[in-house]
Design a protein around this ligand. Sequence first.
Ligand code: NAD
Length: 511
Amino acid sequence: MHNPGTAIPDRFPAEERFAQGAQYIAGRLTRGTSGRTHAVVDPASGEEVLTYELAGPADVDRAVAAARAAFPGWAGATPGERSDALHRFAAVLADRAEDFARAESLQCGKPLKLTREFDVPGTIDNTAFFAGAARHLQGQSAGEYSGDHTSYVRREPIGVVGSIAPWNYPLQMAAWKILPAIAAGNTIVLKPAELTPLTSLLFAQAATDAGIPDGVINIVTGTGREAGEHLVGHPDVAMTSFTGSTAVGKRVAEVATATVKRLHLELGGKAPFVVFDDADLEAAAHGAVAGSLINTGQDCTAATRAYVQRPLYEAFVERTAALMETVRLGDPFAAGTDLGPLISQVQRDRVAGFVDRARAYARVVTGGEAPEGELAKGAYYRPTLIADAAQDSEVVQSEIFGPVLVVLPFDTDDEGLALANDTPYGLAASAWSRDVYRANRATREIKAGCVWINDHIPIISEMPHGGYKSSGYGKDMSAYSFEEYTQIKHVMFDNTAVAAKDWHRTVFGDR
Ligand code: NAD
């Protein structure tokens, strides 16, 4: 609903919508019992939009019990029944698209055009994709591989999945975790980041309204240390699926190992953006601005390190900086806003710290400051381009997670590709060239879970997303994600009906 007479739509009424609490267990909202509260803050204004009771271990236990109770019925439903439920879910999400867009913009500071055109439609499409995919779980065909037996595989759900999600794309991360898990017949407890619970809760409510049984999807909103670790270590949780930073991912892996859980880790990134000297400079500069500033740079696949072959280097720096200066910072709900704030003042100060330290060893070509005036109350930071940093400097090696692009020159193709691979991360990358042989070489040699050619950022439901190296392992989205959320059972039938089978002689007798 729009306010008549203004260009700014109503923000989202979070207090009213979550008056009953910010936990979603067994099909209803409830309050957390940790004894502590958390305030969701609009990062564009600094104002609190919802204060809620955080989940503690007892809430996690209740959610896991609800998921456990729902598992036999949901796992026992036919693929067609699960598919129908997911189709209805997609339809409910589509009806509520504007509600989701406003809630996501409010809690994250994302411009409405981003949530309306990317986060929300992407989530609806993912839901529709998994509605179809639920009927296409695949495996090897049955056959007489030994000669004397018939073998086949059963692809079975794992049980209760415990998932943990970050704050940068709360709705999409909830969707990426929940959809393949439930499409394959698992039930789930998801812990969103405590900064951004709103859209995960709306997502679970929409599932209930679409007829997905109570307990199949549960949301516990608490801190990582308390609710997160309790969920990861829970003996009734069969699998942990985590998206977040590499540092926290290592801790999650330690805790999960103690209970021998299946583990899926989607961790940090530091994507390279390699521009060869035959590239279309204008396309590369536009791609670099969009690819580095999407979601205010808080994107695990964002372009962060542009390596530009020497003949194009200065022109690329100049053109990219000029385009960055056209990006309009503003209220996420106002028409004409390109870039919103970072998630919090803490994150803004962290990003500013990286840039301020870089002034000692590199050139800050544009940006490098927070805006003044009306925007000073929010967590805003200007689009920033840093040139001439050394490959081993922290702005090249560490995940900054803000609107900052670092540009470095290279001479030979070998050098450009080696530099692209020279960080611990391997989530995504792009290469820019009009020469198919160069571009194809880049796709082979860059060590990352996704390589784009002449673009950077687009994702689609049919294709997998996941990391190499310290960016983790396992895949989100696509039919590949079923590998994470199912287990394979080999079933072997004897066809001989013979008591003393031929192979027994390896154990006893001489037949
Ligand atoms: P984070 O690692 O700080 O937190 C992620 C989640 O883990 C939150 O829900 C947090 O509460 C929880 N957590 C924290 N400590 C925990 C613990 N000890 N045990 C269990 N859970 C714990 O990450 P963030 O700051 O929310 O998000 C940004 C990070 O996420 C970046 O590194 C980004 O690259 C990464 N990310 C990766 C992908 C991907 O697909 N690979 C996607 C989005 C974000």
